[in-house]
Design a protein around this ligand. Structure first.
Ligand code: NGS
Length: 393
């Protein structure tokens, strides 16, 4: 080979090596920056992303969260969103601020909260869109004190597990529905972690524990339907958060407010290495407005034993042209308390498959139960119920 050709070859080989190094360096830089961005001060993230993410909806993706373009629903009025004014707010990351803003706009649309008379100083102003006392990531406490001590400690909580902000008018009336049986330690731990967070979020809320009587197969979905019906007998809640007793929130920017679209809240759970197991998952913790829940006829009543009822709800949501929304995975984080795995319902896939035919007739419309007992200790409203299995049609 002539010398000139050999030299050219040598140069080309080095050029390729140099290019490969540049590409690797860029990948490393991007990786480092993404880590840094996650940990950066909230204000900085907000400033950086203000314009870019201003009007995007977040949807789930099996490998994380991806951004879809523009308005969440056709009726959502972007013009009412004042992104620049939220830019002065400092607490949650931008994406949450967008979500919160949208939800608030929507909450007002779904269930108007009467606007306070601004000329009367005795009536407090609406609470700020972004609660000012949030702290972000939380240290989960898995060892709550005994009940009496806990009741004393949680000073802002009122009888029946209710809470509301003291210096402003809350924008959301939220019922937290916890289907329950046999897990007193989990319940205590959840209440100990949840109440302080909800108080900081400045919503008006009430926690309902719906306990299934007896030892028959557990029906989580039916208990949630009961929770919806019974909560509405107390007051006209704007929305409902269906909450497993074993999930502890890890970040108070995960706002328990009313969603514009049904919101899956437990996006990232330690048990799943903080990854969403599949896109349509709606189990764990999820939020729906009163109207959305009515529209889909609530949960199905025919899922006895573990599994499938949340997937059926995801199908109901789609059938009404709604979609599952989510907060970003670095905020919608939970720790799961350990417990024995429940017996799965062997018929669940079969029942799921035929679910669509039953949506209009299986749910709130054919819900039957007996309320055996109702009590209001300080930290929750307790309902003991006997479920009546629906008659096959
Ligand atoms: C699916 C179940 C869902 C359940 C989800 C996560 O397989 O009901 O796992 O469960 N669907 C069916 O079985 C059809 S978890 O491990 O979080 O308890 O919610």
């Amino acid at each position: 080979m002539p010398v000139a050709a050999a030299v050219a070859l040598w140069h080309r080989a080095h050029l390729y090596k140099a290019l490969a190094c540049v590409v690797l360096a860029l990948i490393a830089l991007q990786y480092l920056l993404s880590g840094v961005l996650d940990r950066r001060s909230i204000e900085t993230i907000f400033t950086i992303n203000t314009t870019r993410y201003a009007d995007h909806a977040y949807r789930s993706h099996p490998h994380g969260l991806i951004i879809y373009g523009l308005g969440v629903s056709p009726t959502y009025p972007p013009s009412t969103l004042n992104i620049t004014s939220t830019a002065q707010l400092t607490v949650p990351a931008l994406r949450d601020i967008n979500n919160a803003t949208k939800q608030d706009v929507n909450a007002t649309r779904i269930a108007p909260v009467s606007s306070p008379n601004t000329t009367d100083p005795s009536i407090p102003q609406l609470c700020p869109l972004i609660p000012p006392n949030l702290v972000g990531p939380l240290t989960v406490n898995k060892n709550p004190p005994e009940v009496l001590k806990m009741e004393k400690e949680l000073t802002g909580v009122e009888t029946g597990g209710r809470g509301w902000p003291s210096h402003c008018t809350p924008r959301h009336r939220v019922a937290i529905i916890i289907p329950f049986r046999d897990r007193p330690q989990h319940l205590q731990t959840l209440l100990y972690n949840l109440h302080p967070m909800l108080l900081r979020q400045q919503i008006s809320y009430q926690i309902f524990i719906v306990e299934q009587e007896g030892t028959g197969l557990f029906n989580r979905a039916m208990l949630m339907n009961v929770g919806y019906v019974e909560a509405l007998k107390e007051q006209k809640f704007d929305c409902f958060i269906f909450h497993d007793v074993d999930l502890l929130p890890e970040d108070d920017r995960n706002l328990y407010t009313c969603p514009e679209q049904p919101r899956h809240m437990s996006v990232a759970i330690d048990k799943f290495k903080y990854r969403l197991p599949y896109t349509d998952l709606f189990g764990g913790v999820s939020a729906m407005s009163r109207e959305q829940f009515r529209l889909v006829n609530g949960f199905s009543n025919v899922f006895w034993g573990w599994g499938g009822e949340d997937d059926d709800m995801a199908n109901r949501i789609k059938s009404q042209n709604l979609h599952i929304s989510r907060y970003p995975a670095n905020i919608a984080r939970y720790k799961m308390l350990l417990h024995k795995r429940e017996k799965a319902n062997p018929r669940r896939y079969e029942v799921l498959k035929t679910g669509k035919n039953r949506f209009p007739t299986d749910g709130l419309t054919d819900l039957k139960y007996q309320l055996i007992e109702k009590k209001k200790p300080k930290l929750y409203t307790w309902l003991l119920v006997r479920l009546t299995p629906p008659q096959p049609s």
